[in-house]
Design a protein around this ligand. Structure first.
Ligand SMILES: *[C@@H]1O[C@H](CO)[C@@H](O)[C@H](O)[C@H]1NC(C)=O
Ligand SMILES: *[C@@H]1O[C@H](CO)[C@@H](O)[C@H](O)[C@H]1NC(C)=O
Ligand SMILES: *[C@@H]1O[C@H](CO)[C@@H](O)[C@H](O)[C@H]1NC(C)=O
Ligand SMILES: *[C@@H]1O[C@H](CO)[C@@H](O)[C@H](O)[C@H]1NC(C)=O
Ligand SMILES: *[C@@H]1O[C@H](CO)[C@@H](O)[C@H](O)[C@H]1NC(C)=O
Ligand SMILES: *[C@@H]1O[C@H](CO)[C@@H](O)[C@H](O)[C@H]1NC(C)=O
Ligand SMILES: *[C@@H]1O[C@H](CO)[C@@H](O)[C@H](O)[C@H]1NC(C)=O
Ligand SMILES: *[C@@H]1O[C@H](CO)[C@@H](O)[C@H](O)[C@H]1NC(C)=O
Ligand SMILES: *[C@@H]1O[C@H](CO)[C@@H](O)[C@H](O)[C@H]1NC(C)=O
Length: 315
């Protein structure tokens, strides 16, 4: 048993006694809201493994709003609004008590070794930024993600998540960046994404997604980055009409059919277009030459026929 585990019951008992005496003396037997967050953070700390010296400020003798990586609300004293513990070599589960930090706006646990499932999300209504990339998280993305209705930035990339992308993600109307790449996600790209009209960045690359690219993605007029390479997507790419799009990666799928002849006019601002390792057929459209700012074009390993339109591409 580690020193950590031995200390835990003592600290919890102390905290509970303090809180109980507060509650009893107060006729309300509920714990004051601004102390539940400290308890939640201590429970979180005691469930994980951390390098010696890390989280040393996380002790009950110091106000939790002054702990490393913790910021609190100005209006609601003691309520945690930000928890940022990225790149600290933390391991173990994200203890469910994190789901009780109901004032949380920003959670960044990226670049650690957290394992197990995502924390409960259904009470995190104020969350705007949920960044858990580069960990070893498993399980599915729960439908309760939809309860985080203020979410703007969701990054769960480089984990081991499986199952489908929840349809209800289409309810997160404020989402501007959705990054789920490098997991084991299956099923289709939800058509509900069409609701996310503020999306700038959609990265679903390197999963096991199948089915067509939904035409509905064509409605995302603010999209700058669309990376969905490295999946098992099939069908054609008729829907693209994105004057905003800068980066488009569809490579390493089983997409086929002919490219729209006017693809270069539909995607006028592209800088990077990656279509290699698919099954595209027919002629390489000369309209690609109309994309003035194109810096990188990859078409290799397809089934194109005819001539490369060097005259237009060679500018
Ligand atoms: C907390 O607030 C301070 C001051 O506004 C800021 O410098 C810091 O980056 C914030 N975040 C964390 C996790 O401390
Ligand atoms: C909790 O709230 C009370 C009353 O608003 C305040 O006096 C106390 O300092 C707060 N505790 C923390 C840890 O912010
Ligand atoms: C979250 O952590 C990542 C990885 O360390 C860092 O690059 C990023 O700036 C952080 N973002 C926020 C909002 O804390
Ligand atoms: C979250 O809070 C609820 C009630 O406030 C409590 O019953 C529950 O035990 C807490 N969960 C965790 C994991 O701390
Ligand atoms: C979470 O969202 C579901 C529907 O999306 C709703 O029924 C439920 O009441 C919400 N829960 C909370 C705690 O807000
Ligand atoms: C979305 O963002 C707007 C503007 O920042 C805000 O007023 C609104 O409450 C947010 N949440 C939802 C669910 O629309
Ligand atoms: C799209 O958003 C509306 C609310 O504006 C909601 O009623 C509808 O269910 C959403 N559709 C999907 C597919 O998420
Ligand atoms: C796509 O753009 C082309 C050329 O600008 C236009 O003719 C066509 O109507 C657009 N299609 C859709 C579905 O917006
Ligand atoms: C490639 O195209 C040729 C001619 O259109 C066709 O006969 C062949 O079956 C195609 N190969 C694949 C792998 O799609």
């Amino acid at each position: 048993m580690s020193a950590n585990q031995l200390v835990k019951p003592a600290i919890l008992t102390l905290v509970l006694l303090l809180l109980l005496s507060y509650g009893v003396g107060n006729s309300r037997s509920t714990i004051p809201d601004n102390s539940t967050d400290m308890l939640s953070l201590l429970d979180f700390k005691h469930a994980i493994d951390y390098p010696a010296g890390a989280l040393s400020s996380w002790t009950p003798s110091k106000p939790h709003c002054q702990w490393e990586g913790v910021n609190c609300s100005k209006k609601h004293p003691g309520r945690v609004t930000e928890l940022r513990l990225d790149g600290l070599d933390l391991a173990g589960p994200i203890f469910p008590s994190i789901g009780n930090l109901t004032f949380l706006e920003s959670l960044n646990l990226s670049k650690n070794s957290f394992s197990g499932g995502l924390p409960p999300l259904n009470r995190l209504h104020r969350l705007q930024s949920l960044l858990l990339s580069y960990n070893s998280l498993e399980g599915v993305i729960p439908d309760t993600i939809a309860n985080c209705s203020n979410l703007k930035d969701l990054d769960l990339s480089f984990n081991s998540l499986k199952g489908e992308i929840p349809r209800d993600i289409g309810l997160l109307q404020n989402l501007s960046s959705l990054v789920l790449s490098r997991n084991y996600l299956t099923g289709t790209i939800p058509t509900s994404l069409k609701n996310l009209t503020l999306l700038n960045v959609l990265i679903l690359a390197d999963n096991q997604l199948t089915g067509n690219i939904p035409d509905e993605l064509g409605k995302l007029n603010n999209l700058l980055v669309l990376l969905i390479g490295g999946n098992g997507l099939s069908g054609g790419i008729a829907m693209f009409n994105h004057s905003s799009l800068l980066f488009l990666d569809l490579s390493i799928n089983t997409l086929g059919n002919e490219l729209p002849h006017d693809i270069g006019d539909r995607l006028p601002n592209l800088q990077v277009l990656l279509l290699s390792l698919n099954k595209f057929q027919g002629h390489i459209p000369a309209s690609l030459g109309n994309i003035a700012g194109l810096e990188q074009l990859e078409l290799a390993d397809n089934n194109f026929t005819g001539q490369v339109p060097w005259a237009t591409l060679g500018h």
